[in-house]
Design a protein around this ligand. Structure first.
Ligand code: H2B
Length: 95
């Protein structure tokens, strides 16, 4: 089982815009519209499924997308979560 990381390690490795709270790393984006937010959610879903690491995704308030990444089996944030957060971040940069 992957090892839980401590707060200092997590916070020092998060890209700007990401937050650590309640045992997970989160980011919310405001996109151009509802469909753009849905498309980004789908792109994340594909990437996550390939990695077999599944975040919580919420499209809300018309054009906002919130992603929450944690490792359920470990009960908190592990290397897998920081890795997925980085890949999501790169995907967003590319869009
Ligand atoms: C069997 C399979 O590898 C596990 O159920 C995986 C799938 N995706 C997962 N995703 C997340 N976020 N946490 C997990 O603990 C997890 N476990």
């Amino acid at each position: 089982m992957p090892e839980l990381l401590d707060r200092e390690t997590i916070v020092s490795r998060l890209a700007s815009g990401w937050e650590y709270r309640d045992g997970a790393v989160h980011r919310t984006w405001q996109l151009k519209g509802f469909l753009t937010a849905m498309s980004m959610a789908n792109a994340i879903a594909h990437l996550a499924n390939e990695a077999n690491h599944h975040p919580d995704l919420s499209v809300h308030d018309y054009n906002r997308l919130t992603v929450r990444v944690t490792t359920h089996s470990a009960g908190g944030v592990t290397e897998n979560d920081l890795g997925l957060a980085e890949r999501i971040e790169r995907l967003h940069d590319a869009e």
